[in-house]
Design a protein around this ligand. Structure first.
Ligand code: GDP
Ligand code: MG
Length: 777
């Protein structure tokens, strides 16, 4: 909590003083230092300012200032028991005993005074998440393309008596409010105000990566730089004098190879040193912006500093720069300046001066100046290996084939085909094993459980339902293995590239293809990954066509039905189903584009990371994570759905009818019969209808429900099987996807639209297939 939340009479221990400059100086002088115990004396009549008692002095602060002081509430302390002693904060153990004799009893207070808050920022694909994992021993998802991490992830670990709270932020190229991710990163940095920032920099691509660093320098935050991918830079033959660069930037730099966990110890040591202010390299520098800009910065800074609402939490130079960049939104968020209007007016005048001086937008000038600064710095310390012979790297050679005009497309299609072929055929062996295991288990229960409802429920409901789905785990893992290979090697970006042309014709960019491929695994992360698309309309359009990317949960339905009716060409047919899904997403995109999003697409550069071998660890943990997720689904939604479906098909019990006839008369049968007329023209009976209805919760439930209710081999004809497969491919994806679209588009409208569109489309297509097919068969 922060000091402004401390109630009258309560005691607290100062954990951290945020803010900087004059403000920080002043309050530190007054005794607001880490480890100090203080209490709230009284509030002013209007609740502001607040008077605090510390040591022997009473000091009043404005609430906005108090909000910059982080505290830990000391429960059990009050004015009778506290004698004004310091609590020993030098003790670096996790919990501190306040064992003063006059406290009624000694009790441990879990004081977090030795907590260091650390955030990782850096360009996409610089290796942040790898480093996050290397430092903390966590296993977050790592992928060789931009946009893998879309949310902040936080973990805690211990280092030399400190608790380090490490947060992995999404990749960003700058701190301008350009993409939602960049905005998010910036807000995190400003609001969280971390003790130390680890700037992860891709050493093999320094110039661009340092652009973000230059903005961190403007923000005047404490930075340690992880010069990652150091191995790749060295391999190229380039040499860098790390100390020189560190001096130039005023930032300590540690070379790291995150994927091999090299350099992490040294990095942590630097983080602690910087935290303790014992790092000599740290120095606040100003990026030189040239006379004209500096002349404009000064009056704005002065005006900001004079403002009552300004509390030094943010550097005035940074704010003045943002005003020159015309980024008023940020200023609004950060400070409630009283003279806001006046300051913005001033900024506008200065912007015009710059504009007429350079005949260019001020923010372009600032960008140029930052790059000029970086290039200048690199000249001092970076020796590129310049070879006169054209240096063709392995990556270039591979790219020449994989992205070639002739081979690019066939290779990608072959890869997809191979993926589904393997999914079906390789997966079939373990599938058989698990299936016979489930059957044996079921037989065992049959023999050993006492007759009755319970036995029926366990065998016909739970074991059949869950057993029907769990057998597909190997297939799903194989699918995820292939997706994981695409992600970790860097092939994903190449696919985006070769799809670019096609995507342009449907009004999207090649970059939108990455979420679509992720959608083969699961639509939910795919929808989240659209956050890398900065244009709102492009993003929404991509989101709306993702449900046609057939996710792994739909795979069991295909394997079950295709395996039963078309075993000879199973792999190819499943591949075709996926292609049909892609086709519908393209057609829908064209339709939506014409209806809702007429504007032309925005240009975007696709990053081409060099090819990398997938690390065993990354792939293994990805698969392990998926297995866990799948098993959790079994124990949750699929278990519940199986029991409910079984119960509804079991009751009311009647002594006159048995078997199929009894199901017809059950509650489920009664409900199913009501729906039957709607789906009969598609070739489905009521049991299929119920399975599809239950599948709204999660697509695996379609299979578990079918396992409980019917025998797939006899329920379908080949024609109705095709109609069913297409219906499952196209109709309402699942509740989680619905929720994701609602959340990411921030509107119910699009979520409901998606639900109706997909389901109605599925009905029409399945209807056409069944009716037209019936004419020929
Ligand atoms: P993020 O987007 O910044 O989170 O980057 P990731 O941690 O997902 O890593 C991107 C890719 O770079 C992955 O394929 C990693 O295995 C790889 N990688 C990360 N660090 C290094 C490194 O120091 N050297 C090399 N050669 N590869 C690395
Ligand atoms: Mg990441």
């Amino acid at each position: 909590m922060t000091l402004d939340q401390l109630q009258e009479g309560q005691f607290a221990l100062i954990r951290k003083v945020k803010g900087r400059g004059a403000f920080r100086h002043r309050i530190v002088e007054m005794g607001f230092v880490k480890g100090q115990v203080l209490s709230t004396l009284r509030f002013a009549p209007m609740k502001d300012p607040v008077e605090f008692r510390l040591l022997d002095s009473d000091v009043s602060l404005r609430r906005s200032e108090a909000a910059l002081i982080e505290i830990d509430l000391l429960e059990g302390l009050d004015s009778h028991t506290y004698n004004g002693n310091h609590i020993n904060v030098e003790d670096r153990s996790q919990s501190v005993y306040v064992d003063k004799p006059h406290l009624s009893q000694a009790h441990p207070l879990n004081l977090k005074h030795n907590l260091i808050e650390v955030c990782m920022v850096g360009n996409p694909n610089a290796g942040k998440t790898s480093l996050f994992n290397a430092l903390s021993g966590a296993y977050e998802h790592v992928g060789n393309y931009s946009g893998v991490t879309v949310d902040a992830k936080t973990t805690h670990f211990f280092y030399k008596g400190y608790t380090i709270e490490l947060t992995d932020l999404p990749g960003s190229y700058s701190l301008s409010p350009y993409t939602p991710e960049e905005k998010f990163v910036r807000e995190q940095l400003l609001q969280k105000n971390p003790d130390v920032i680890i700037n992860v920099v891709d050493a093999s691509n320094l110039e661009r990566n340092l652009y973000l660093t230059s903005q961190l320098i403007d923000m005047d935050v404490k930075v340690v730089m992880a010069l990652n991918m150091y191995d790749e830079m060295s391999k190229k033959g380039d040499v860098i004098q790390i100390d020189v660069l560190g001096q130039l930037l005023g930032i300590p730099i540690v070379p790291t190879v995150a994927s091999k966990e090299q350099g992490s110890d040294m990095l942590l040591q630097k983080v602690v040193d910087v935290y303790l202010e014992q790092e000599p390299t740290i120095r606040h520098i100003h990026i030189p912006y040239g006379r004209r800009i500096e002349d404009s910065l000064k009056p704005i800074q002065d005006a900001i500093r004079k403002d009552e609402g300004f509390v030094d939490a943010y550097p005035s130079r940074f704010m003045a720069l943002k005003l020159l960049e015309n980024d008023a939104e940020l200023i609004n968020q950060m400070c409630h300046l009283q003279n806001q209007a006046q300051i913005e007016k001033l900024a506008q005048i200065e912007r015009q001066k710059i504009q007429s001086f350079y005949n260019e937008e001020p923010d372009h000038i600032l960008t140029d100046d930052r790059y000029a600064f970086i290039r200048g710095a690199l000249k001092e310390c970076y020796q590129r290996k310049t070879s006169l012979v054209k240096n063709v790297s392995l990556t270039d050679k591979i790219d020449a084939i994989l992205t070639s005009k002739i081979w690019g497309f066939p290779i990608f299609l072959f890869f997809l085909w191979l993926m589904f072929e393997s999914t079906f055929f390789l997966g079939d062996y373990p599938l058989q094993w698990i299936e016979s295991g489930v059957a044996a288990f079921s037989n065992y229960l049959e023999l050993h459980l006492a007759e009755g409802i319970l036995k029926d429920m366990v065998i016909d409901g739970i074991v059949r339902g869950i057993g029907g789905v769990i057998i597909f785990l190997p297939n799903i893992l194989i699918l995820f293995f292939f997706i994981s290979i695409m992600e970790t090697t860097g092939y994903m970006s190449r696919v985006a590239f070769i799809m670019d042309k096609l995507m342009h014709t449907i009004g999207l960019h090649g970059k939108s293809f990455i979420p679509l491929i992720i959608g083969f695994g699961c639509n939910v992360p795919a929808i989240m990954s659209t956050r890398t698309i900065e244009n709102k309309k492009d993003r929404l359009l991509t989101m709306l066509i993702i449900p046609f990317m057939s996710c792994s949960a739909r795979l069991p339905v295909y394997i079950l039905v295709v395996g039963a009716f078309f075993p000879k060409n199973a792999g190819t047919i499943i591949f075709l189903i996926y292609l049909i899904g892609i086709m519908f997403s393209i057609l829908s995109a064209l339709l939506f584009k014409g209806l809702f999003f007429k504007k032309a697409e925005s240009p975007f550069v696709i990053e081409f990371p060099p090819y990398r071998w997938p690390t065993f660890k990354a792939v293994a943990f990805h698969l392990w994570f998926k297995t866990k997720q799948y098993l959790q689904k079994m124990a949750g939604i699929i278990l519940i759905a199986s029991i409910v479906i079984w119960a509804l098909s079991y009751f009311p019990t009647s002594s006159h009818v048995f078997g199929d006839a009894q199901i017809e008369h059950s509650y489920l049968g009664t409900v199913g019969k009501i729906f039957e007329p709607i789906i009969a023209p598609l070739g489905f009976d009521w049991k299929m209808g119920i399975s599809l209805l239950a599948g709204i919760s999660a697509k695996e439930v379609v299979v578990s429900t079918m396992s409980v209710l019917m025998d797939v081999n006899t329920a379908f004809t080949p024609l109705s099987a095709v109609s069913f497969l297409i219906f499952v491919l196209l109709y309402f994806p699942c509740i989680a996807v619905f929720a994701a679209i609602k959340k990411e588009s921030k509107s119910w409208k699009w979520a409901i639209f998606m639900a109706l569109y997909t389901t109605i489309l599925a009905w029409i297509i399945a209807f056409a297939i069944y009716q037209i097919g019936s004419l020929f068969i």
